[in-house]
Design a protein around this ligand. Structure first.
Ligand code: HEM
Length: 236
């Protein structure tokens, strides 16, 4: 029985848990206590690093979903997009943890960030990379089926797989938007809405980037459906 407690995996650590998860390396990626510019810097690092890992997971699942869409396997594509969307909830909610850092304390931490900017976040950049490619895979399937986005919404029961995929893509787009919204609020709260950074007017940049949607056509189709419904109502 004692033998089960002994690690059998290669690597560092006294248990297979530590070896498999490489907790030794993972937990050495934060500044040691004595190097923290402010005690709140631990939270700042932990939240950013966790967000990067989760965003990596999100992009990975979306990459798999893209392949499944290309193969016409919409059910499994939707399963993975749902998973990715659930994972994306956490980087959003973790932004709120950082709202507990007060502006004066944040500036002590900020002094040690060099030219570091979230614009260079590998995790978020990977979402910006995969998002449009998922859209292209979806549109290629529309083309193959000989239908338009409007058809997919009108004939949603018949075209269930395509409709479900469209809705999951919309969920993803909405979450990316919600991330940007809560992040904008965080930046306004901590450094202010009118500050000029080295890259121009940072918070203004964040405003502009809020205009970005991955799947504008999936949002726009709603306008056409409502316009049609209004027209039909007016005709009585
Ligand atoms: C104290 C907390 C934070 C502040 C004050 C803050 C501030 C900012 C500012 C001012 C920008 C604009 C570009 C620049 O001038 O650097 C930016 C961009 C960005 N930040 Fe943060 N940020 C914070 C936390 C986070 C966290 C936790 C993440 C999670 C990964 C993140 C991800 C991003 C991303 C992805 C962008 C680019 C936005 C886009 O493309 O729309 N930030 N941040």
């Amino acid at each position: 029985m004692d033998d089960l407690k002994k690690p059998i995996l290669p690597g560092k650590g006294n248990s297979d848990y530590e070896r498999y998860l490489r907790t030794d390396e993972l937990l050495s990626l934060q500044k040691p206590d004595q190097e923290l510019l402010h005690k709140d810097e631990m939270t700042f690092q932990v939240i950013h690093q966790s967000s990067e890992i989760l965003l990596k997971g999100v992009a990975f699942e979306l990459g798999r979903a893209r392949t499944l869409i290309e193969e016409g396997d919409f059910a499994n594509a939707c399963r993975l997009i749902r998973r990715a969307n659930q994972m994306l909830e956490y980087p959003v909610s973790m932004l709120h943890v950082l709202e507990t850092i007060t502006p004066y304390d944040y500036h002590i931490i900020r002094a040690g960030l060099g030219h570091g900017s979230g614009l260079d976040s590998p995790g978020f950049l990977s979402l910006l990379h995969i998002g449009p490619r998922l859209g292209e895979a979806f549109h290629a399937q529309l083309h193959k089926a000989g239908v338009t986005v409007d058809d997919v919404y009108r004939r949603h029961a018949e075209l269930f797989g395509l409709h479900d995929t469209a809705e999951r893509l919309l969920d993803f787009d909405e979450r990316a938007h919600i991330f940007r919204f809560h992040h904008l609020k965080l930046a306004q709260r901590i450094i202010g809405g009118g500050v000029v950074g080295t890259m121009g007017t940072p918070v203004e940049v964040l405003h502009q980037r809020m205009e970005h949607f991955f799947y504008k056509d999936l949002w726009d189709v709603r306008n056409r459906i409502t316009a049609k419904a209004n027209e039909a109502m007016q005709k009585g």
